[in-house]
Design a protein around this ligand. Structure first.
Ligand SMILES: CC(=O)N[C@H]1[C@@H](OP(=O)(O)OP(=O)(O)OC[C@H]2O[C@@H](n3ccc(=O)[nH]c3=O)[C@H](O)[C@@H]2O)O[C@H](CO)[C@@H](O)[C@@H]1O
Ligand SMILES: C=C(OP(=O)(O)O)C(=O)O
Length: 419
C-alpha cells in the first residue's frame, strides 16, 4: 500500500491547474449508458474512481477509449445490465448505473454499495424515486433488482431528503421516461447542472437544473454527445486552503469561482487576500494573520461537506477558536483523532468539532480513512514540524489527480512511497 512521506515546514507558492470534477465526471460517464451512440468527454480527471467506472462500463459492454484527458464511450455496444459487487464495493457512485440501465434496457441488477467510513449512506431515495417512475424493485442477496415493462413513466417525485446521487439517478432515468417528470426538493449542486447540460446535449429535455424543482420531458432515445467536464471545485478549495495554511500564495487555474462561492466567503473570513477571475482564483496569505472560522455544512449553496475536513485542518493552524458542524454525514470526523496525534487541539461534541488554539504541530504517522480526511492530513503534514507519514493513500487517489506532483510544484516536500 502506498504512503505519502511529507517533510513539513515548507511554504507554498505558485500555480496549479485544476482537473475536471470527480463528482461531475462520475454521473456523466454513467449517463453515457443512456445514449445509443458515442459520447466524447473532455477534461476527464485521471482518478482511481474513474478507472473503476471505466471497468464497470466495460463490464456492461460499453466500448471505452482514452485519448489524453478525453474519454470516448460508446453506449451503442452496451449489452449487460448487471453491475457486480466486486466493482460497486470500490465506489459508491456505481449506484448511478441503476437509473440509466433500467430506463434504457427495462432492467438492472446493481449491487448495493454499502456504507463507508463517513456514514451509512443508504439509497432508499434512489429506490423510492425509481418506483415512482414505474420500476418494480426488489432488494435481494445484496443486489437492487429493477424491472419495468416497456418504458418508465414520468411522475411527480418529492424527495424527502436533499440527495445529490438520488437527484442524478432520477434525472437520468426520467430523461428516457414516457412523459413529464418533476423532481421536487432536488439537490442544487453545480455537478447536477453539469449532468443536466450533458443530458441536454444528448437530446434530453430538462429545465430547472440548479434549482430545487427540475422538470424533465422524457424522450424516446438519446444520442451520443460532446461535453467538457466542469472543473473540480473541491480540488480548487483544497489547494486554496493548503496555501492559506502554509502562509503562502497560489493561483488556481482552469477553475470556476461560481461553484465555489461559499468556500471563497469563508476563505475571506480567514483574512486571506483573494482575487477571483472568470476561470482562475488567486489566494495570498503571505504576511497575514490566519484566523479560525466557524463552519456548518449544508447542501449547495451551503458550505460543502467535502471541504469540511480541510477547514478543520485550517482551524488547527489558525489563530483563535472556532467550531465546525457537520450536518450531512453522521460520521465525517475520522480525521480528528489523526489530527490530534499531530498535536491538534480539537474536541468533538456530537456533530461539532471545537477547534481551540494549537500550540505546535509535529509530524506523525497517521492513517487516511476517507478521501477528504486524507487531504486534511496531507495539508497539516505540510505545515507541521518534522516528518509525517500518511498511510492508506488509495483514498486520496480516488479523488485527487497526482496531488503530490501538484503540491511539490508549489514547494511542498511530499513523496509517494510504495511499501
Ligand atoms: C460522487 C458524488 O457526487 N459524491 C458526493 C455526493 O454523494 P451522495 O450522492 O452519496 O450524497 P447524498 O447527497 O446522496 O447524501 C446526503 C445525505 O443523504 C443521505 N441519503 C442519501 C440518499 C438516500 O437514498 N438516502 C439517504 O438517506 C446520505 O446518507 C447523506 O446523509 O454528495 C455528497 C454530499 O454533497 C458529497 O459529499 C459526495 O462527495
Ligand atoms: C465523499 C466523497 O465522494 P464519494 O461520494 O464518491 O464517496 C467526496 O468526494 O468527498
Amino acid at each position: 500500500m502506498d504512503q505519502f512521506v511529507i517533510q513539513g515546514g515548507t511554504s507554498l507558492a505558485g500555480e496549479v491547474t485544476i482537473s475536471g470534477a470527480k463528482n461531475a465526471a462520475l454521473p456523466i460517464l454513467f449517463a453515457a449508458l443512456l445514449a445509443d451512440g458515442k459520447s466524447t468527454f473532455t477534461n476527464v480527471p485521471r482518478l482511481r474512481d474513474i478507472v473503476t467506472t471505466e471497468a464497470l462500463l466495460k463490464t456492461l459492454g460499453a466500448d471505452v477509449n482514452w485519448q489524453g484527458d478525453t474519454l470516448i464511450i460508446d453506449g451503442a455496444t452496451v449489452n449487460q445490465t448487471l453491475a457486480p459487487y466486486e466493482l460497486v464495493k470500490q465506489m459508491r457512485a456505481s449506484v448511478l448505473a441503476l437509473g440509466p440501465l433500467v430506463a434504457r434496457f427495462g432492467e438492472a441488477q446493481v449491487s448495493l454499495p454499502g456504507g463507508c467510513a463517513i456514514g451509512a449512506r443508504p439509497v432508499d431515495i434512489h429506490i423510492q424515486g425509481l418506483e415512482r417512475l414505474g420500476a418494480q424493485i426488489s432488494v435481494e442477496n445484496g443486489y437492487i433488482n429493477a424491472k419495468v415493462n416497456g418504458r418508465l413513466k414520468g411522475a411527480e417525485i418529492f424527495m424527502e431528503m436533499v440527495s445529490v446521487g438520488a437527484t442524478e439517478n432520477l434525472l437520468m432515468a426520467a430523461a428516457l421516461a414516457d412523459g413529464k417528470t418533476i423532481l421536487d426538493n432536488a439537490a442544487r449542486e453545480p455537478e447536477i447542472i453539469d449532468l443536466a447540460n450533458c443530458l441536454i446535449a444528448m437530446g434530453a429535455k430538462i429545465t430547472g437544473a440548479g434549482t430545487s424543482r427540475i422538470e424533465v420531458e422524457g424522450v424516446e432515445r438519446l444520442a451520443g454527445c460532446e461535453h467538457s467536464i466542469l472543473p473540480d471545485r473541491i480540488e480548487t478549495g483544497t489547494f486554496l486552503v493548503a496555501a492559506a495554511m502554509a502562509g503562502g500564495e497560489v493561483l488556481c487555474k482552469n477553475t470556476d469561482f461560481h461553484s465555489l462561492e461559499p468556500v471563497i466567503e469563508k476563505l475571506r473570513a480567514t483574512n486571506a487576500l483573494l482575487e477571483v477571475h472568470d476561470d482562475s482564483i488567486y489566494l495570498d496569505m503571505r504576511g497575514r494573520e490566519l484566523k479560525a472560522v466557524n463552519i456548518k455544512t449544508a447542501p449547495h449553496p451551503g458550505f460543502p461537506t467535502d471541504m469540511q475536513a480541510q477547514f478543520t485542518a485550517l482551524n488547527v493552524v489558525a489563530n483563535g477558536s472556532a467550531t465546525i458542524t457537520e450536518t450531512i454525514f453522521e460520521n465525517r470526523f475520522m480525521h480528528v483523532p489523526e489530527l490530534q496525534r499531530m498535536g491538534a487541539n480539537i474536541r468533538l461534541e456530537g456533530n461539532t468539532a471545537i477547534c481551540g488554539e494549537t500550540k505546535s504541530l509535529s509530524g506523525a504517522q497517521v492513517m487516511a480513512t476517507d478521501l477528504r480526511a486524507s487531504a486534511s492530513l496531507i495539508l497539516t503534514g505540510i505545515v507541521a514540524q518534522g516528518e509525517t507519514v500518511v498511510d492508506r493513500i488509495y483514498h486520496v487517489d480516488r479523488g485527487y489527480q497526482r496531488i503530490e506532483d501538484k503540491l511539490s510544484a508549489l514547494g511542498a516536500n511530499i513523496k509517494r512511497r510504495s511499501s
